[in-house]
Design a protein around this ligand. Structure first.
Ligand SMILES: [Fe+2]
Ligand SMILES: [Fe+2]
Length: 185
């Protein structure tokens, strides 16, 4: 398996963990008890940084090449691209609402539950499609020449100072989120 695929699978494992944490806080919201709004805000801050600004652009590079090799996947890949945009817009909206809550504003509990649920569902379905239907086809679709073309494009993404800063800050934020004391596995 290529290093790039390993990187994508590793990222997805982190996002699965994040999805469990969102579900944990959502259950508290649904029970009319108090979730950790700060942790939810941290989660959405994380999700709207590394995944939206690095992980999804990396997938976009790969999916664009994959669509050329596997035209039968074109519709699925176009849908995944659309979902990258939706994840960014819904994620940012949710983050803004959580920011309002932790700043003391009143936000409708039902609206927060609905938007958190919608984000959780979208990300769950999105990753299931990637892991179940798209990523397993990548190794057979690309030969060494394809990978060297892809690596050149990926290198441009990875070489930016911008990406380095996001990667470092996101790694610290992820550790803080998963180490927060209320976590129940
Ligand atoms: Fe994706
Ligand atoms: Fe992904």
């Amino acid at each position: 398996m290529s290093n790039v695929l390993t990187e994508i699978h590793d990222d997805h494992r982190k996002y699965s963990h994040i999805l469990n944490l969102i579900r944990f806080e959502l259950d508290k919201l649904n029970d009319s008890s108090n979730p950790s709004y700060i942790r939810l805000y941290d989660i959405m801050h994380y999700m709207t940084n590394f995944p939206d600004l690095v992980h999804h652009p990396l997938e976009e590079i790969i999916f664009a090449e994959l669509a050329k090799k596997k035209p039968e996947l074109s519709e699925t890949l176009a849908q995944l691209s659309l979902e990258h945009e939706k994840l960014a817009s819904q994620g940012n909206e949710l983050k803004e609402n959580l920011h309002r809550i932790v700043s003391g504003d009143i936000v409708s509990r039902k609206a927060l539950i609905d938007s958190t649920n919608a984000y959780h569902q979208l990300l769950t379905n999105h990753m299931n499609t990637e892991e179940g239907r798209v990523l397993p086809l990548i190794d057979e679709a690309f030969d060494e020449n394809d990978w060297s073309i892809l690596q050149a494009q990926i290198a441009v993404l990875h070489d930016s100072v911008f990406e380095e800063v996001i990667r470092k800050e996101s790694a610290q934020l992820y550790e803080r989120i998963i180490q927060s004391p209320e976590l129940v596995e």
